[in-house]
Design a protein around this ligand. Structure first.
Ligand code: DC
Length: 229
């Protein structure tokens, strides 16, 4: 990292899936005019790239080589869009396969190392909001604010269920809960960069909070952190 980029403020928003991290991170980035890193999207693209090429996940060197060589383009067909080798994979990475593969490649230390530089490169003036699992602990440990959003597994599965039903999809709540619990376990128990709050993170349990209450509390913390930075 250069001295210049170290001076660029980072706000880290970590936590398990279904806590509304992505929505919160988007909102904070837009309010401040900061860049946004959706690090989960990088793991999802890598997972999809590995699946498309039929690479065995045990072959960690090849997975890491794919991670290093990913040909990615962000935002060329709208905010949040991602192209892999010129193909729009924005929807594909959000499928169950994308979620499952992301969590699996995320457990490979060589893959995490290969994605590190790409994540650091998002740190540009005037600032960055970084959303993920290890933003505050590993990737940007000098973040001016670290927020760890959490909620009970049941509540997170419920939120996801409602989202998918609203999209007209045929899903079952028990299967969603089981899938989410398995992913949580894999993300939390891996030896490298496990999902856990940084020692200096503010932990916000959103189980009983509305989206607006979460946003209000987060924006309060952001304003305070920027004043003190
Ligand atoms: O945030 P998300 O649901 O899009 O992340 C998908 C998976 O990617 C998640 O189950 C674990 C992995 N991931 C990770 O290991 N480290 C990150 N910083 C972000 C995501």
């Amino acid at each position: 990292m250069t001295g210049d980029s170290a001076a660029v403020p980072v706000i880290a928003i970590d936590g398990p899936s279904g806590t509304g991290k992505g929505t919160v991170a988007n909102h904070v980035a837009r309010s401040l005019g900061f860049h946004l890193l959706d690090s989960g999207a990088l793991y999802r693209v890598l997972g999809i790239a590995v699946a498309k090429r039929g690479i065995d996940l045990q072959d960690v060197d090849t997975v890491a080589a794919v991670a290093r060589d990913l040909d990615l383009e962000f935002g060329s067909s709208g905010p949040g869009s991602i192209h892999l080798n010129g193909e729009d994979v924005s929807l594909e990475i959000r499928t169950d396969l994308g979620s499952d593969m992301a969590s699996r490649v995320g457990a490979i230390p060589q893959a995490r190392a290969a994605l590190l530089e790409r994540q650091l490169a998002f740190r540009k003036p005037p600032g960055l909001v970084a959303d993920g699992r290890d933003m505050g602990t590993v990737v940007f440990p000098d973040s001016i604010l670290k927020i760890y959003l959490t909620a009970s597994a049941e509540e997170r599965a419920n939120r996801r269920y409602k989202q998918l039903i609203d999209k007209g999809m045929d899903v079952k709540l028990p299967a969603l809960l089981q899938d989410l619990t398995e992913r949580d376990a894999r993300d939390s128990e891996r030896s490298i960069s496990p999902l856990k709050p940084a020692a200096d993170a503010f932990v916000l349990d959103t189980t009983t909070l509305s989206e607006k209450q979460v946003m209000d509390r987060v924006m309060e913390m952001v304003s305070r952190a920027l004043e003190q930075a």
